[in-house]
Design a protein around this ligand. Structure first.
Ligand code: GAL
Length: 800
């Protein structure tokens, strides 16, 4: 035995570092042909695609279409088209790959995909949010051309309560490995003991042996810290039978562990290697973060022993003007905005999100509520997932857990949102079945579900007794009774608020208003489909941001809250009918421009010092205007109009803002926050004069020439002194030259029916956003913005 260990050690001292890569993971997004419609013959190699478009995935055809009042997708999905489409790609595989296992991985196809390789159907996948893969090896022509065709069928509508997009809207990869390899999602890491002195790592590795013979191999686990320095390793000699798979276990200790938390999301990684003799045959990476957490019925949530309120936001998967197209740069921008606001948690509403989203939550330090379903067996809309439930829910749930269970950011599994079965006794058995599936794959995280019914006798999901953590949506007034009603239960406000706002639009605040008292009732709103950005309009089931946050903040038993929503999303434009086509619920608008309430959260949730005043300062003479200020880290704020003090104010009791009523006169409105008499911050808004300049601000100074990287440019209309024209609605035309192409425009206006793909955009309340993507050329990007009557403006972005 000792001799064997020494031999292994010697073997690896020589070879372990020599070879780093055996598995080849290729980007398989490029050079696909696409056509809308149904083309079953496209599975044949001889099929002619000369009239098909050539494009790079990820791709969403819905976002390219026009808004149509009569669209089958209806209002909930933003009146955009759906239908059927086919993708096709011809590719070669080298003859030398004949003895390898080659599989194709799809992160998400919406929906009902069927994949064909060289005419042979590999399978169907109804669920549009699930990641899946197929082994292509048995059907490939080695050293010759191969044809892959993907049918996407999103025709049966309506099938969702929000915008889904259509097509292969997430990444696709080709993975080549030896016949002996780690199975897809084949690792499961857990950390049975975590402390800064020493932590324990338990790694299960499932290995496929696609060979016809039994294989002996060496399994090497290496844990690397954030600087890629090895901090632990384990080597074992293993055996596996022919044409089978087996799970092997490695237990390791990591000394002086750096913990993962939301401020310092320290990440390790695990490299799994398989050697046959001394040849590396596979390598596989698993993320690793050390953290422990607890939900407590009285004290709420704690992370690594530190009481931590969950400051969460719910997000849908769309990326605004990009539609459902997933792009890591778009996700990073969204999460950066949320992080800067002080959010520490994301709820993946109401379906599996992308790989990039999960990876960035690990990297950026977000607590994740990972959610599987919005419907079970009982439908919410005619053609939704209830139709696939019987055949697919088990596999979908299992695949979802297997894909995401290694992410340290994932802290809880939600098996459903506002599921209909909570209202009838069938909910009991289904909840137990789903919780059992989750527990069979992961016992380290609580199972939860977002419930609406808090009357015990009426809630059968609760009555199942299978939830570890109760999530409640809305009805914040009821929370105070929960500790007695749900004695001993751990509780979270899984969804809250649903307030409504349009960026930059201000109606004189006259108290809190709830829009229709019931669904379908007429909304006494504005003729231009705007909703005031003072935090005073809410859905009848919801709360204003302030009402909700005051409640959560003062209740220790409540683990935290997930605000509906961090960003506006396409679809669900309640309370308005067409032409409203995107939601009003976001703290940030669809274009990524914060609404004022963003700063309320920033003042409460982040450790940034905040002073923000609203509204703008272009009103009618003598008009009475209500000025609000959000601030923190100060005892008082003094407001001045044209140098004259309008008085000092400070928040009383649980106030989250202060306000003044001011008779408008043009000029400068200035706020100064002070602590112990010393100035903390100053903010000024000036009355804007005539339009003079199109101001362009790029979110990045440089992007990569990789055909994926994005730069978001904010376009604003200003006067000669740089003051924003808060009501400017001018049409701006864009021209992009050099290493980029325009891939989206948006002004965040919920009733804007212009295409997200146009080369122009109307400003809305002074602003809009242009999204430019690398086109692969290594040339600086020039964006030129033009409007009638003004000189064009240009901005340059470097391309590296
Ligand atoms: C909730 C639901 C969300 C969204 C929201 C709008 O009840 O869970 O998906 O529809 O209402 O207020």
């Amino acid at each position: 035995m000792i001799l064997k260990k020494i031999t292994i050690a010697l073997l690896f001292s020589v070879s372990i570092f020599a070879q780093k890569q055996a598995r080849i993971i290729e980007d398989f997004n490029k050079n696909w042909n696409f056509k809308l419609g149904d083309y079953p013959e496209a599975t044949n190699a001889s099929f002619n695609t000369s009239d098909w478009r050539t494009l790079q995935l990820p791709h969403d055809w819905s976002i390219e279409g026009a808004f149509d009042k009569d669209s089958k997708t209806k209002q909930a999905q933003g009146f955009l088209p759906a239908g059927k489409g086919w993708y096709r790609k011809v590719f070669t595989i080298p003859a030398s790959s004949k003895n390898k296992t080659i599989s194709i991985e799809f992160d998400g196809v919406f929906k009902n995909s069927e994949v064909f390789i060289n005419g042979k159907s590999l399978g169907i996948r109804p669920n549009g949010y699930i990641s899946f893969s197929y082994d292509l090896s048995p059907y490939l022509n080695y050293g010759q051309a191969n044809t892959i065709a993907v049918k996407v069928d999103n025709d049966a509508q309506p099938n969702s309560r929000w915008y889904t997009g259509s097509g292969i809207y997430r990444n696709v990869r080709l993975v080549t490995s030896e016949k002996l390899h780690v199975r897809k999602w084949g690792t499961f890491v857990s950390t049975p003991e975590v402390s800064t002195k020493k932590s324990k790592v338990h790694l299960e590795v499932t290995i496929d042996n696609d060979n016809d013979t039994t294989r002996e191999f060496t399994l090497v686990t290496s844990i690397l810290d954030a600087k890629n320095k090895e901090v632990a390793n384990k080597i074992s000699v293993e055996k596996i039978g022919a044409k089978t798979f087996e799970t092997k276990v490695h237990n390791l200790d990591v000394l002086k562990t750096q913990l993962w938390n939301t401020e310092n999301p320290y990440l390790y990684k695990i490299i799994t290697k398989i050697y046959e003799k001394s040849v590396l045959v596979d390598n596989y990476e698993t993320p690793l973060g050390f953290r422990f957490f607890n939900f407590d019925a009285e004290k709420g949530f704690s992370l690594n022993g530190v009481p931590t309120k969950i400051y969460g936001v719910c997000l849908h998967h769309d990326n605004g003007a990009l539609g459902a197209v997933e792009n890591i740069h778009a996700v990073r921008r969204k999460l950066t905005l949320m992080k800067e606001m002080g959010a520490n948690a994301i709820r993946m509403s109401h379906n599996p999100h992308s790989l990039e989203m999960m990876q960035l939550c690990d990297e950026m330090g977000f607590i994740v509520q990972d959610e599987a379903f919005d419907v079970w067996k009982k439908k919410k809309v005619t053609n939704d997932y209830h139709k696939d439930w019987d055949a697919w829910h088990k596999q979908d749930l299992e695949d979802f857990i297997k894909r995401d269970r290694n992410h340290p950011s994932v802290i809880m599994w939600s098996i459903g949102n506002e599921i209909r079965e909570q209202f009838d006794s069938t909910g009991i058995a289904i909840t137990r079945e789903l919780a059992k599936i989750v527990k069979s794959l992961d016992t380290t995280r609580p199972v939860t579900s977002a419930l609406t019914e808090n009357v015990i006798e009426k809630n059968f999901i609760y009555q199942s007794g299978a939830l570890d953590l109760l999530g409640f949506n809305y009805k914040h007034e009821d929370y105070k009774d929960f500790p007695t009603k749900f004695k001993g239960q751990k509780i979270l406000a899984s969804e809250s608020v649903s307030a409504l706002e349009t960026r930059g639009h201000y109606d004189f605040p006259d108290g809190i208003k709830a829009w229709p008292t019931k669904h379908g009732a007429p909304f006494d709103g504005n003729a231009d489909w705007t909703v005031s950005a003072y935090d005073q309009v809410k859905s009848y089931w919801g709360a204003t941001h302030e009402e909700n946050w005051k409640t959560i903040k003062s209740q220790d038993f409540m683990a935290g809250t997930f605000i509906w929503t961090g960003f506006d999303y396409i679809g669900e434009p309640d309370p308005y009918p067409y032409p409203a086509r995107s939601s009003y619920f976001g703290i940030v608008d669809l274009a990524g421009l914060p609404k004022d309430v963003y700063y309320m959260y920033q003042s409460e949730w982040s450790n940034k010092t905040v002073l923000h005043i609203l509204p703008h300062w272009n009103w009618k003479k003598e008009q009475e205007v209500e000025v609000w200020a959000y601030y923190n880290n100060a005892d008082e704020v003094e407001l001045f109009l044209n140098g004259k003090s309008l008085g000092k104010k400070s928040k009383q009791n649980d106030d989250l803002h202060i306000s003044w009523r001011v008779k408008f006169e043009p000029g400068t409105l200035k706020a100064i926050s002070r602590k112990n008499g010393k100035v903390v911050l100053e903010r000024e808004i000036r009355t804007a004069g005539e339009a003079s300049k199109i101001d362009l601000k790029a979110g990045k100074t440089a992007i990569k020439n990789d055909t994926y990287d994005l730069v978001y440019v904010t376009v604003s209309m200003t006067d000669k002194d740089g003051n924003l024209l808060p009501k400017a609605m001018d049409l701006i035309n864009f021209e992009v030259t050099g290493g980029g192409k325009l891939v989206g425009v948006d002004n965040g206006y919920q009733a804007n029916l212009d295409s997200f793909k146009a080369n122009s955009c109307k400003l809305f309340n002074g602003k809009c956003v242009v999204i430019i993507q690398s086109n692969g050329k290594k040339e600086n990007i020039k964006l030129k913005a033009m409007t009638t009557g003004l000189q064009a403006s240009t901005i340059e972005v470097k391309v590296n």
